[in-house]
Design a binder for this molecule. Structure first.
Ligand code: PLP
Length: 436
């Protein structure tokens, strides 16, 4: 079968690799355009044909400290001479302990114990099992839309695109409440923040339906995959109040929004809310697979054998994790995320006024969503327009990712400079102009 390419046909080396990929790699993956990754440095990526791109994706919010960061290379080189794997669920080792001790210094004080894993879905899965273990209750509540991963526990929580769940049920006992999506308010309100109480009423109704058999509420402080949707502050605070009122756990999924992407180490800190269980992954390993589920010792009370894994506490991952966290703190990446993020938001807000297909601009720090519509009045999803913008931008040397039905997400490495931000936004604006 002849290979079809998304956007324009890539260079000859890339074409060959894509053809080999089609033969042996699972077709379940989604690729937005035909980029064949070869190497990367800082905020730039080169493809197999040596074309250079500015990266506004950070490997889906993973490379917050920038690509090929020398601190990770050094940490890995040093550790691999000693050992790479210590079977941490069977033996003791210092490095994973050191990593967790250091990680805890970034978190609110009450979070003082961690379970280590390798990915976001595992970090959420562990939070889910811990919530059920600790409370010994059956139900949990998550939100619609939300994305928490694709293994069966976290997939049961996920409620984003139908294709992610089709044919995989039956799922675990999860009820879904409405996540505030102010741009498309189901209650018809025009003003942001105006309907927090209505969303909280829906949530409390779900809580009551669980008949006191409810372990916890899982929430993303900013809904990532569904389109970088930012909830009103008083909604997130209201969720915390409902958790306290009904004696249930607030399980905070920081897999995408955490690690200074929004300016604070945990995105939920922007809302002045303390979570009971936190799931972290993506950026925490600086590109090496690493996940952590963190809670207070009173909540993390499960017994030996109740949860473990082979690779959690992997020595290379922990060495990379320590180097990553150190770099983030020393280089004050949270501050840069706010500074550059605010600057980009201002420019994007101006573009919103100017271009009919930019319906909404939202975000915090360097977690920015742009919702593309057919026109401002109808707010019809601009699905084709979004794809065209992504393609045009990639042809001009800027990589961005889709999120939700018709949004574009901007999540560059947090080391992004103002000049790089301007370069990327110029390309984005040119692409929008061409589509308009
Ligand atoms: C908020 C959130 N939770 C969980 C996950 C799952 O992470 P992973 O793909 O590493 O399993 C993701 C992935 O995008 C995510 O954005």
């Amino acid at each position: 079968m002849k290979t079809r390419f998304i956007c324009r046909k890539p260079g000859p080396k890339s074409v060959k690799i894509i053809e080999r990929d089609r033969k042996v790699i699972s077709p379940s993956l989604t690729r937005e355009y035909s980029l064949v990754f070869k190497k990367a440095k800082g905020c730039y990526i080169w493809d197999a044909d040596n074309r250079k791109y500015l990266d506004f994706t950070a490997g889906v919010s993973v490379m917050n400290i920038g690509h090929s960061n020398p601190v990770i290379q050094q940490a890995l080189q040093q550790q691999i001479k000693l050992a790479s794997h210590a079977a941490f669920s069977d033996f003791y080792a210092e490095l994973p302990v050191k990593f967790v001790e250091y990680l805890l210094t970034f978190l609110p004080r009450h979070l003082n114990k961690a379970f280590l894993s390798n990915s976001g879905t595992e970090a959420v899965e562990a939070a889910y099992k811990l919530a059920r273990w600790h409370t010994n209750k059956k139900w949990v509540i998550a939100f619609k839309p939300s994305f928490h991963g694709r293994t069966m526990g976290s997939l049961s929580l996920t409620n984003a695109k139908p294709v992610q769940k089709e044919r995989f049920g039956p799922f675990l006992p999860v009820k879904h409440a409405l996540y505030p999506y102010c741009y498309r308010c189901p209650f018809g309100n025009k003003e942001h923040d105006a309907c927090t109480n209505l969303y909280l009423d829906v949530l409390e109704q779900k809580i009551l339906e669980c008949n006191k058999n409810l372990a916890g509420i899982f929430m993303e402080p900013i809904a990532g995959e569904p389109g970088y949707i930012v909830p009103p502050k008083d909604f997130v605070q209201g969720v915390r109040e409902l958790c306290d009122k009904h004696d249930i756990l607030l399980c905070d999924d920081e897999v995408q929004a955490g690690c200074y992407r929004t300016g604070k180490f945990l995105a939920i800190e922007n809302f002045g809310v303390k979570p009971d269980i936190v799931s972290l992954s993506k950026a925490i390993g600086g590109g090496i697979p690493l996940g952590a589920t963190v809670a207070n010792e009173k909540i993390m009370d499960w017994i030996p054998g109740s949860h473990a894994n082979t690779f959690g506490g992997n020595l290379l991952a922990c060495a990379a994790g320590i180097a990553t966290l150190k770099f983030m703190r020393e280089k004050k990446l949270g501050r840069n995320a706010i500074k550059i993020g605010n600057y980009m938001m201002k420019r994007l807000e101006k573009m919103k006024e100017e271009y009919e297909i930019i319906g909404d601009v939202r975000g915090m720090g360097l977690m920015i969503g742009i919702e593309i519509v057919k026109d401002k009045k109808s707010k019809d999803y601009g699905i084709k327009e979004r794809s065209d913008i992504l393609c045009k931008a990639s042809e001009k040397g800027l990589l961005m990712l889709p999120a939700g039905t018709s949004s574009i997400r901007i999540c560059p490495p947090l080391i992004l400079t103002k000049e790089q931000a301007d370069l990327g936004l110029d390309i984005f604006e040119d692409s929008v102009k061409e589509i308009c």
